[in-house]
Design a binder for this molecule. Structure first.
Ligand code: SF4
Length: 239
């Protein structure tokens, strides 16, 4: 088990993918027009200047698996379900990570909602894309740490994927001390507060996982990758 680290994850200018934010907004019933696109871009610029995500991660040895799920050494957390057992099959360790835009972002979102329904939806969508980008940024740190340790990292896997339930969140957050260091908590239904937050597991292996064949082209951590910046790659045996 490694020590928890709290990491500030400031957004790059232009980090918000407007098309992706509009897709999130579309789910909330906002129809895209030129005016909506321009307003999204303006809110994204504002958010990139105002908001700053925070995250933390911690690496645990995999202690084994049984009918209850995958056990991580030094924590009460047990990860149940076939999908996470499959994902962590053969892993030496598992990194738990959490990222949040924070309670202040939720406060600004509430103010936008009070001022204008459209702005509320669009700002919420911008924050949703920002927290994804922040998770990519933290995943890059995890991948660099795995590289330093001579391990290979898989893509991250979040509660809610496959049959890994959101109900793991209280123990997941406790394992990261995320209530104290990030102000995160689990709420009804296993959802997270603050509202724009992400948790995930990253499996760490002695050998490159199958996903590694895809290389950097499909890697979410690519914009923030220190390994590539140093002229190397994480996924080859002869790295
Ligand atoms: S080297 Fe490539 S695959 Fe590995 S973390 Fe960096 S961008 Fe991703």
């Amino acid at each position: 088990m490694s020590e928890a680290e709290t990491v500030a994850l400031p957004a790059r200018a232009g980090a918000v993918r407007i098309d992706e934010a509009l897709r999130y907004a579309g789910y909330a019933g906002i129809e895209e027009t030129q005016a909506v696109r321009e307003r999204s871009r303006a809110l994204a610029v504002e958010a990139e200047e105002t908001e700053c995500a925070q995250g933390t991660f911690r690496i645990f040895s995999v202690a084994g698996a049984d009918a209850a799920g995958v056990h991580l050494a030094g924590t009460e957390l047990v990860l149940p379900g076939e999908s996470i057992a499959d994902y962590l099959n053969g892993a030496r360790a598992a990194c738990l990570l959490a990222v949040t835009m924070g309670a202040a972002a939720d406060g600004r979102l509430a103010a936008f909602r009070r001022a204008s329904r459209t702005d509320g939806v669009l700002y919420g969508a911008v924050l949703a894309d920002m927290v994804e980008d922040a998770a990519n940024q933290l995943e890059a740190r995890v991948r660099a740490e795995a590289f330093e340790r001579g391990l290979y990292a898989n893509d991250r896997y979040s509660p809610g994927y496959g049959d890994l339930p959101l109900s793991v969140h209280p123990a997941f957050l406790a394992a990261l001390d995320a209530g104290r260091v990030l102000g995160m908590r689990a709420v009804e239904g296993g959802f997270l507060a603050p509202s724009r937050s992400i948790t995930a597991v990253v499996g760490l292996f002695d050998d490159p996982p199958a996903r590694a064949k895809l290389g950097c082209a499909w890697c979410a951590a690519r914009p923030y990758c220190a390994i590539r910046a140093a002229g190397r790659v994480c996924y080859r045996r002869d790295r």
